[in-house]
Design a protein around this ligand. Structure first.
Ligand code: ADP
Ligand code: MG
Length: 697
């Protein structure tokens, strides 16, 4: 997927000392061309520009010093003893301490020899000391090798030490100065408006700062030199998504025009009225689908805001216009839930839907494929099984994708290419299973138009959330007894993150048994991922009808369960779950008339981050706020579940930290496309590579 796998584009041609082995090591650091060396920024700096008199060294400083060896002796300590060496320069003394050393080194450290040392000063038994400093012997008459500026320390990797990195990056800087690498791609207008330096100025400052550079600002990434590079990277990512978008929009899509009869019929049968937010979003979607270019729309909204019905209405619009619909979900369970909703809403209107699941026998699967191919079936729901080469939609007009995390852009495009009608592209409706913070949506989904359902259906009651240790299990059980005695229902969620489904199922079975023993008057049901579909459905139907009062479940109920009478949820080992998952689980309650409570139970001592997570849930129920906190705690890669895929991995930028730049990025991306198209390709090539992390169409 990344450029690494493909042909090397701008290799290190003509550079001495970069053979295949070294190139492979550099690639580990994400460095594949000379320009990448320039953007490999230091982690920190060392000041070897001045020699500090020994009398003035202070603990905690990293300093360059010189002195004459007064004493060198072995002392007990370590495995083979320590070597202690005291140096003095007339203003003070410093003890050097070595645990590992070669005999040859020891021989060179005899009294009278003059040394130059660099290291961190610590408090020693007898005055200041340095443990394992870098050192060299100064022959009589040798000048001290102080550096002219601060010395950068780079992120390194095995087989590639600081000295090599400094040399390579120094070489790249020379190329930059000579105008052979690192062309200036940001227009002067932009730099002046935002008060940012040129690339040359920025990189020279970052790689070779003077001893007086504002190191604190640089390290905090607040310095204009860093901000300039961050801005450039964010711009490149945005431009690449915008380019993808314009490539897609250039293709024709079917205009989905119908009388709207199916849609009206469906609305009339719904047991509720759409919220104003749903109506607005539906209009946006419907408007897109009447166009002769593909819709590229993301529908965002908090858990329970009612996105599924929007998907159903969009599907009906496509069907009425004579086209087919593919609806893709991230998990089987979610696909099943969508399928059940679609059946409930679409079948009475004479629109047949089906779902592709791993549970299908191969005969019925073949049957589905056949009926889809001849157009009898208009709507197919499934997981990425829908991508399977054999599943064909002769008239695919609309692809709906429910994303738990951002699917790779490739996957979505693969679905699009399923269309048998080769001359048109289907419309695309993307729905997010969990809210995404605005900053992240703006960057990760820059290729899409965004609609937000920003209100919940009326009548949702507040949820009180408490965090308690599992030592108070007894009290929690009493609470369940009480709630159920009042005619309400409860969930007990067993979580064993990272365990196999079998182990999770087993744990849930044990819990259900114990709870039944403690609560003999209640009817306790159990669902987990290992149960057969029919068996699971039976229990769920029992819970939905109210016959089952307490439902013990693994996190399979995270999505899709909808029982308004359930107003109490206990989540075991809540400290092990992520914010988004907890929010999603909690979204199962607070749907009915009664006020609801969620008990987050934890085991053992809470870590600091777990305490922060659970605290956020206690404070708010706003999915967007929770997602924002999640972004700050975990970073965008984790949040979007794309860390492994390499998408949206920034080299320098950090969305949580650099969010204030995004408005400028947005505006300038548009300006660049309009006024500086030649720079757009160069920016994308520089930061994303020709391989295009965001798949080519
Ligand atoms: P999500 O946006 O999390 O996918 P769902 O589509 O599953 O939410 O909807 C949650 C529940 O709210 C479902 O039971 C759905 O039928 C119901 N619902 C959707 N829209 C409305 C509405 N306007 N009024 C009342 N209930 C609604
Ligand atoms: Mg949903």
């Amino acid at each position: 997927m990344s450029a690494a796998a493909g042909a090397p584009e701008l290799p290190f041609a003509g550079w001495e000392g970069i053979d295949a082995r070294r190139a492979a090591r550099l690639a580990k650091l994400g460095i594949r061309k000379i320009e990448d060396l320039l953007f490999h920024l230091p982690l920190r700096y060392e000041d070897r520009s001045r020699i500090l008199p020994l009398g003035r060294v202070r603990p905690g400083q990293s300093v360059l010093v010189t002195g004459v060896v007064e004493l060198a002796e072995m002392a007990p300590g370590g495995r083979r003893g320590r070597l202690l060496c005291r140096i003095s320069d007339g203003t003070g003394c410093l003890t050097l301490q070595f645990f590992n050393f070669y005999p040859s080194q020891r021989k060179r450290l005899h009294p009278g020899v003059r040394l130059q040392c660099y290291g961190e000063v610590r408090v020693g038994a007898v005055g200041p000391q340095m443990i394992h400093p870098q050192w060299r012997v100064l022959a009589p008459g040798d000048p001290v090798c102080a550096e002219e500026g601060l010395t950068p320390v780079y992120p390194a990797t095995e087989g590639l030490n600081q000295a090599s990195l400094r040399r390579l990056i120094g070489g790249a800087l020379k190329e930059l100065m000579a105008g052979r690498a690192g062309a200036e791609l940001l227009p002067q207008r932009l730099r002046e408006e935002l008060g940012l330096p040129t690339l040359l100025e920025a990189l020279r400052l970052l790689h070779a700062p003077s001893p007086f550079a504002a190191v604190t600002e640089i390290m905090a990434r607040r310095h204009p030199a860093v901000r300039r590079i961050v801005l450039e990277e964010l711009l490149a990512h945005r431009l690449s998504l915008l380019r993808l978008r314009s490539q897609q929009l250039a293709k024709p899509a079917p205009r989905l025009l119908g009388a709207g009869e199916l849609l009206q019929a469906c609305l009339a049968r719904l047991p509720f009225q759409l919220t104003p937010a749903q109506v607005r979003v539906m209009r946006e979607v419907a408007g897109d689908m009447t166009q002769a270019r593909p819709m590229l729309r993301l529908v965002q909204g908090d858990v329970g805001c009612g996105k599924t019905v929007i998907a159903a209405l969009a599907a009906l619009t496509a069907v009425e216009a004579g086209w087919q619909v593919a609806f893709m979900a991230p998990t089987e369970l979610l696909a099943e839930q969508h399928y059940r909703n679609f059946q409930r809403w679409l079948t009475p209107l004479g629109v047949e839907s089906t779902w592709f699941t791993s549970r299908l026998t191969s005969t019925s699967r073949d049957e589905h494929i056949r009926r889809l191919a001849n157009g009898e079936i208009r709507v197919a729901v499934g997981t990425h099984a829908l991508f399977q080469a054999r599943v064909d939609f002769p008239r695919l007009g609309l692809a709906i994708v429910d994303e738990q995390h951002r699917f790779g852009v490739h996957q979505r495009l693969a679905l699009k290419n399923k269309s048998g009608a080769q001359d048109v592209q289907p419309h695309q409706l993307i729905m997010t299973a969990t809210p995404i913070p605005r900053t992240l949506a703006m960057t990760a989904y820059a290729d899409l138009d965004v609609s937000v359902i920003d209100e919940l259906p009326p009548g949702r009651k507040p949820i009180t959330t408490v965090v308690i240790p599992d030592s108070r299990r007894g009290q929690v059980i009493e609470r369940i007894r009480h709630a159920c005695a009042e005619g309400r229902q409860a969930y007990w969620v067993c979580t064993l993150v990272g365990e196999s489904e079998a182990i999770q199922a087993q744990a849930a079975e044990v819990t259900a048994k114990r709870l039944q023993e403690s609560l003999p008057e209640l009817s306790v049901g159990l669902v987990h991922g290992r149960m057969k579909g029919a068996q699971k459905e039976l229990v769920m139907a029992g819970f939905e009808s109210g016959q089952v009062q307490l439902l013990v479940a693994t996190t399979v109920i995270e999505v899709g369960v909808d029982v308004p009478n359930a107003s109490l949820m206990i989540i075991e080992n809540a400290e092990r779950l992520g914010l988004a998952q907890l929010h999603q689980l909690r979204g199962r309650i607070g749907r009915g008339e009664a006020a609801s409570s969620c008990v987050l139970m934890y085991h053992g001592r809470l870590s600091r981050s777990a305490r922060a997570r659970l605290g956020i849930l206690r404070q708010t129920r706003d999915g967007f706020r929770i997602a924002q906190c999640d972004l700050e705690l975990r970073g965008p890669g984790e949040l979007l579940g794309i860390r492994q895929t390499g998408e949206l991995q920034y080299r320098v930028a950090d969305l949580a930290r650099d969010a204030d730049l995004l408005a400028d990025v947005q505006r300038w991306a548009a300006l660049l496309l309009q006024d500086y198209p030649d720079r757009v390709d160069a920016l994308i090539a520089r930061w994303i590579g020709e391989g295009e992390r965001y798949a080519q169409v």
